[in-house]
Design a protein around this ligand. Structure first.
Ligand code: SIN
Length: 540
């Protein structure tokens, strides 16, 4: 039987398929892009797992949008810029906050049910928001509701097909243009040709030992875009969520910031409130500050966790607002209305990614990106809580619209019948499953310990050296999804580490203990691009 190595060497063994538009990923950004593309031709939405398995499905807190009576888009803009610590691209944030209300109205017209108080939408608050502006659904299942509505909308569109369990190995690139992707499906390689491709593969939280992200968040989109020669930007900016469940044997389940928005407090293991010692906004200080405060308390008290405490709050309100969290904690013997919840920070969101313009266009013709995989500049060095679902809707729609126009033009240019040469890369034979799992775990620990919440040149250099030892795996090929994911994780880990070494100063979520102040050139965005065998680094 042929393995992937053989198939890559013998292109005639590969299957070919065509679609007008290819969307890789089925979270909020991918689905919203597919909806926008639907009137213009056939759309294929490919996912490496089932379509619902994405970070969107697990998003709890909500979606930020300035539509309450007390709010204004200008205030949402200001809060976002402030959270981004001077590195947001203002024009991108303006697009987000100005187009957000229309995207939400559209979603409601498609059947989204957000929680209400009486007949009015109910808004909550999270860290660094100066107004209550977070919409939520079924208490703490906002992402699940968005996924439900977008998937049901997609089902009504005859031109959109879904293609589950198809792993994107690499993009097909010819003369600097993306022409689709090589997919691994049911043990076979399929070459999927498209006039335009939208990457919406989500984030890379799985690179870290502790993460709130689902198992699918392995940085695939960033890795394949990098291998294809696209520019990546601001990869050092990783947001760590302060509160994920800390129970041995339990997943690092997210305990939404909305809990602190409703009045939950943090206590160290001695039961002492400590946030007042770190920031005037106490529990609602920016996430990076809360995460570092928790780590300091853990070190000071020689403990593995702190506590999130809701026991002083109205029990009925807590049950109604956080049913999913309550249910999950109960599995581990914790009643969130009666018990303090053991928590510790975890990797949550990557602000950097594939560099795009305001329409999701990447540096590679024919390739668009939206959602967490992309770096639109909306989040700067630190994302304002609950802005990411909104970003997925707004920029997913924009990327879909731009891909539709570009795809139509490409079809005209090629007379609809291009037959491009495919650039194949060599690959190695497969590795044992147990090796892959062991390396994945070692990598996650390395990234958590050396490239995590607090970094310094020593820790980053150790990570870099260790990553170099694994470089044969990065450059080689793969014969399974697990192996390909590991290769992608190693690629993205290398990029994050490189970017973190280069930024000799602290800004937003990037904290260097050896350079706690901002470096003189801190307001620059840093880009990384592959050029044959080396990486080109530059500042914007
Ligand atoms: C949360 O519910 O705390 C997560 C919201 C977000 O990260 O935007």
């Amino acid at each position: 039987m042929l393995d992937l190595w053989d198939l890559l060497l013998y292109p005639s063994c590969m299957e070919r398929e065509r679609t007008d538009f290819l969307v890789i990923g089925s979270g909020v950004a991918g689905l919203r892009a597919a909806i926008e593309l639907a009137p213009y031709g056939s759309v294929l939405v490919v996912t490496k797992d089932v379509p619902t398995e994405s970070s969107t499905e697990y998003a709890q807190g909500g979606i930020a949008v300035a539509i309450s009576d007390e709010d204004e888009v200008g205030i949402h803009l200001e809060d976002t810029l402030k959270a981004g610590d001077g590195l947001c691209k203002e024009e991108a944030v303006r697009v987000l906050v100005e187009e957000g209300p229309a995207r939400i109205a559209e979603l409601i017209s498609w059947g989204a049910e957000f929680d209400k108080e009486g007949t009015k939408l109910s808004f909550t608050k999270e860290a660094a928001h100066s107004k209550k502006r977070i919409l939520h659904a079924h208490g703490d299942s906002t992402g699940k509701e968005l996924e439900r509505v977008l998937l049901s909308k997609v089902r009504t569109l005859n031109s959109v097909r879904k293609y589950p369990f198809a792993f994107t190995i690499d993009l097909i690139v010819h003369e600097g243009r993306c022409l689709g992707a090589h997919m691994l499906r049911e043990g076979r390689v399929v070459n999927l040709f498209a006039h335009a491709t939208v990457l919406a593969t989500g984030g890379a939280g799985q690179l870290f030992e502790r993460t709130t992200n689902p198992a699918v968040a392995t940085g695939d989109g960033m890795a394949i875009a990098f291998r294809a020669g696209a520019v990546l930007e601001d990869m050092e900016f990783i947001q760590f969520h302060p509160t994920s469940l800390f129970v041995p044997g339990a997943p690092n389940f997210l305990l939404s910031e909305a809990m602190r928005g409703e009045g939950a407090v943090l206590r160290n293991i001695n039961g002492e409130l400590f946030m007042k010692n770190y920031h005037p906004a106490t529990e609602l200080a920016p996430r990076d500050i809360v995460s570092r405060a928790i780590i300091s308390e853990m070190v000071r008290t020689k403990s593995t966790h702190v506590y999130l405490d809701l026991t002083h709050l109205d029990k009925e309100l807590i049950k109604k607002r956080f049913p999913r969290i309550g249910q999950t904690c109960r599995i581990y013997g914790i009643d969130i209305t009666e018990d303090r919840i053991p928590v510790s920070p975890a990797a949550h969101y990557i602000m950097g990614g594939v560099s795009t313009d305001l329409n999701g266009a990447t540096s590679l013709k024919g390739l668009y990106a939206a959602g967490e995989v992309a770096c639109t500049g909306v989040h700067g060095a630190n994302r304002l809580a609950s802005n990411s679902l909104l970003e997925g809707l707004v920029f997913g729609a924009r990327a879909g619209g731009a891909a539709a126009s570009a795809g139509m033009a490409a079809q005209d240019e090629a007379g609809g019948s291009y037959e491009p040469e495919i650039l194949y890369r060599s690959s190695d034979a497969g590795h044992e499953e147990t090796d892959i799992r062991a390396i994945r775990r070692t990598l996650q620990r390395l990234m958590w310990e050396r490239v995590g919440i607090i970094r310094c040149v020593e820790s980053l250099s150790i990570a870099k050296e260790r990553l170099l030892e694994w470089s044969p795996l990065v450059e080689g090929g793969s014969s399974s999804r697990d192996e390909q994911e590991l290769k992608n994780m190693l690629t993205v880990a290398g990029l994050i580490t490189e970017a973190a070494i280069e930024r000799k100063g602290s800004v937003g979520a990037h904290f260097r203990s050896d350079y706690p102040a901002k470096d003189p050139g801190w307001q620059t965005h840093r880009t990384l691009k592959r050029d044959r065998e080396s990486i080109i680094k530059s500042s914007l």
